[in-house]
Design a protein around this ligand. Structure first.
Ligand code: SF4
Length: 319
């Protein structure tokens, strides 16, 4: 039952039971930051890998095991080690998963979304995350290294079409995810293009991430704190909800009354401006020494952008 894994705790999805609907490393892209390694089997041909009956029976079995242990699941998540929309049974699979009355999530690179059948499959889900790493063709080719048959304009048009229909159901949750690789898609012009494209999609949240595990190419460098802060600033000028998704899957930010924990959990999600830090400290009756201590421990770093001082989580440290 290797096709079913978890549950794994996820900041975005709570307790998520993973469904691997394609064999490993089948993808339409060969992203420079891919953590699956170089030996990808690149294809755009949709095909049948595992039967929906088999996958649904495996989910049923796993859910009954979890139920016996009083464990609950928040999402059934289709997230293989490759691109889930390569599965031409995806629509039927998602449809059948509804028998469990648990919301279904799909995390896709969106490269096949120009295909109407793929859009229909994704419309069956309750929560969809679309990868949007670049808008200009050159940057897209550099970062996602697409299969030669793919057309970026068609993909962007497909994303627009899908988002318009998906959002008609107010229960649906639409997310975007942008992986930031220093020197490839961290330029101001590209970030503005990304924000201008993603804003009108009206996602529930636009996530910014960086490679946190060894990528396919050794020279890939994760966006540094200045680029992350800049990307956050540009995105939030066009998109209401923007969060970091940087390998941290603990609690989403909260106000517990413990300034140290609050600052750590909030900066894991987005940078905190000096004034926001000050407000939090005053509310909890603390002084600035807590922040200074976090900086000394290298858990939090200081970043200056647009004349403001921000505090950002130090992602190079394990927490
Ligand atoms: S889309 Fe995902 S699986 Fe495919 S190459 Fe990129 S990072 Fe790897």
């Amino acid at each position: 039952m290797l096709e079913i894994f978890g549950p794994v705790p996820s900041r975005r999805l709570g307790q998520s039971l993973g469904i691997n609907n394609i064999p490993p490393k089948h993808c339409t892209y060969s992203c420079v930051y891919c953590q699956l390694g170089k030996a990808l089997y690149m294809t755009t041909r949709r095909q049948s890998f595992f039967s929906p009956e088999y996958l649904v029976a495996s989910v049923r079995q796993r859910l009954s095991e979890l139920e016996a242990g009083n464990e609950t699941i928040d999402y059934l998540t289709v997230v293989p080690d490759g691109e889930p929309t390569l599965d031409n049974n995806l629509r039927e699979l998602v449809h059948r998963l509804k028998e469990f009355a648990i919301p279904v999530a799909i995390i896709t690179n969106a490269s096949l979304i120009w295909n109407a059948e793929v859009r229909e499959s994704l419309l069956e889900a309750d929560w969809v995350s679309l990868k949007v790493d670049a808008i200009s063709d050159l940057v897209w080719r550099k970062i996602d290294r697409p299969h030669k048959s793919l057309d970026h304009h068609e993909i962007l048009a497909g994303i627009n079409q899908f988002a318009n229909r998906f959002r008609r159901n107010s229960q649906h949750k639409l997310m975007t995810e942008t992986m930031l690789v220093e020197g490839i898609n961290t330029g101001i012009a590209e970030l503005r293009r990304l924000a201008e494209f993603i804003g009108p999609l009206q996602p529930d949240c636009a996530y910014l991430s960086i490679p946190t595990r060894p990528p396919a190419e050794a020279d890939v460098v994760a966006a540094d704190k200045t680029s992350l802060t800049q990307a956050y600033d540009i995105y939030t000028s066009k998109i209401p909800c923007v969060e970091y998704l940087i390998g941290y899957e603990g609690n989403s930010f909260s106000n517990t009354g413990n300034s140290r924990n609050d600052i750590l959990s909030i900066t894991a999600v987005h940078p905190m401006r000096e004034d926001a830090i000050q407000t939090l400290l005053e509310r909890n009756g603390n002084d600035h020494s807590i922040v200074e201590q976090l900086v000394r421990e290298q858990l939090v770093e200081v970043s200056c952008y647009n004349g403001n001082t921000y505090y950002v989580r130090n992602y190079s440290r394990k927490h």
